[in-house]
Design a protein around this ligand. Structure first.
Ligand SMILES: *Cc1c(COP(=O)(O)O)cnc(C)c1O
Length: 416
């Protein structure tokens, strides 16, 4: 039987994959939720495990032929438990959003109260924001950040919890540059009898590498994506105490999902092995060093950093002091070969589709081996692009220098 390659059978898709590789190689990628996975992770994710159905859990499946899937999923689970010192791990959630929804299903009835961080303050949609199923099918109350400091005010969080008695409290964020006090959240959850979910999607790689405090000792359940700082394939995991293991597993399957994506499980297993190495510890610490260096450089260029800086991999900044909006700046940066996303800043007077700020992360540039001197160069380009927002020719000239710069830094997983 003729079994053509992708290039032979579908040159259109093959060309787009080639072009995306080139784009990721040529660009300075600063989107805080993205990264470059290793060749090994790409290989595992593109494997024949995509062919296999395996509803259920190892030893209790609803399909035959699990001779290879059962040990694969067990390996991923054992690696997750060991890396994060967790009692129990479920590696089946399709992505971060369904992982969080599974926790709602395990702990709440429709209409019960959940308390999470508001989206405009840096929380995720699935933390009870009104347009999400988590805000529509549950009663959601939301905390924010202090308007002047940009920090979570734990007294305000406690007051809201005491007044509203949520059954589930969520800590964790998608755009918050500082360390969250997980122990204080747990004390509040205990006071009001709530389950504490910590969503560590953004910081999981830092936690794995010892560059950020772990929420695992404090939370009843921890959710995480696997594709951000953890540098695995797109997917998610739930970690929990043994007492919640059964409820969490039942909520994921059969509560929310059908068959797990075994090719993703393979990629997650590989990423977890990588994340347990000394090299990954160095990587995680370098991310934090780089984020600080980038923040310092951007502050010197006249951008206003939310909370004044960063403790993690992520920077949130108000660009309006440089005389433009977040969206206009993000588009100009993209033209110049620097990729990031526009973002609201706390108490943003502007609308989410054209807000005042940008969100940046250091995970991808750190995966390419860049260090503090490169962060200084990147910050300088931000200043140049800000001066040239309405000058496409100048932006194209910056792009040429950016391309020359990126060509010196190999990308994991990409050969051009
Ligand atoms: C990215 C993210 C998610 C959602 O992940 P998806 O895989 O995009 O569904 C959930 N929570 C937080 C805090 C995130 O940053």
């Amino acid at each position: 039987m003729f079994d053509p390659t992708l290039q032979e059978s579908d040159p259109d898709v093959a060309r787009l994959i080639q072009a995306e590789q080139r784009r990721e190689f040529d660009t300075i990628r600063l989107i805080a939720s993205e990264n470059y996975v290793s060749r090994a992770v790409l290989e595992a994710t593109g494997s024949v495990f995509t062919n296999k159905y395996s509803e259920g859990y190892a030893g209790k499946r609803y399909y035959e032929g699990q001779q290879c899937v059962d040990p694969l999923e067990t390996l991923a689970i054992e690696r997750a438990k060991s890396l994060f010192q967790a009692d129990h791990a479920n590696v089946q959630p399709y992505s971060g959003s369904p992982a969080n929804l599974a926790v709602y299903f395990a702990t709440l009835k429709p209409g019960d109260t959940v308390m999470g961080m508001a989206l405009p303050s840096g929380g995720h949609l699935t933390h009870g924001w009104k347009v999400s199923i988590t805000g529509a099918f549950f009663r959601s109350v939301q905390y924010g950040v202090d308007a002047t400091t940009g920090l979570i005010d734990m007294d305000a969080v406690r007051a809201l919890a005491v007044a509203e008695r949520p059954k589930l409290i969520i800590a964790g964020a998608t755009a918050y540059p500082r360390i969250i006090d997980f122990a204080a959240f747990r004390a509040i959850a205990d006071e009001v009898g709530a389950t504490l979910l910590v969503d560590m999607a953004h910081i999981a790689g830092l936690v794995a590498g010892g560059a950020h405090p772990s929420p695992v000792p404090h939370a009843h359940v921890v959710s995480t994506t696997t594709h951000k700082t953890l540098r695995g394939p797109r997917g998610a995991m739930l970690l929990c105490k043994e007492s919640m293991a059964k409820d969490i597993d039942k909520a994921v399957f059969p509560g929310l999902q059908g068959g797990p994506h075994n090719h993703t499980t393979a990629g997650i297993a590989v990423a977890l092995k990588e994340a347990a190495t000394p090299a990954f510890r160095d990587y995680a610490h370098q991310i934090v060093t780089n984020a600080r260096a980038l923040a310092d450089g951007l502050g010197a260029e006249g951008f206003k950093l939310v909370s004044g800086g960063t403790d993690n991999h992520l920077i949130l900044m108000d660009v309006t002091p440089r005389g433009m909006t977040g969206k206009a700046f993000a588009q100009a940066l993209d033209r110049a070969g620097l990729e990031c996303n526009y973002n609201t800043v706390p108490n943003d007077p502007r609308k989410p589709f054209d807000p005042s700020g940008l969100r940046l992360g250091a995970a991808s540039v750190t995966s390419r081996g860049m260090k503090a001197p490169e962060m200084a160069r990147i910050a300088a380009w931000f200043g140049q692009v800000a001066d040239a927002v309405n000058d496409p020719d100048a932006l194209d000239r910056i792009r040429a220098t950016v391309h020359e710069f990126t060509s010196a830094f190999p990308c994991p997983g990409i050969r051009v």
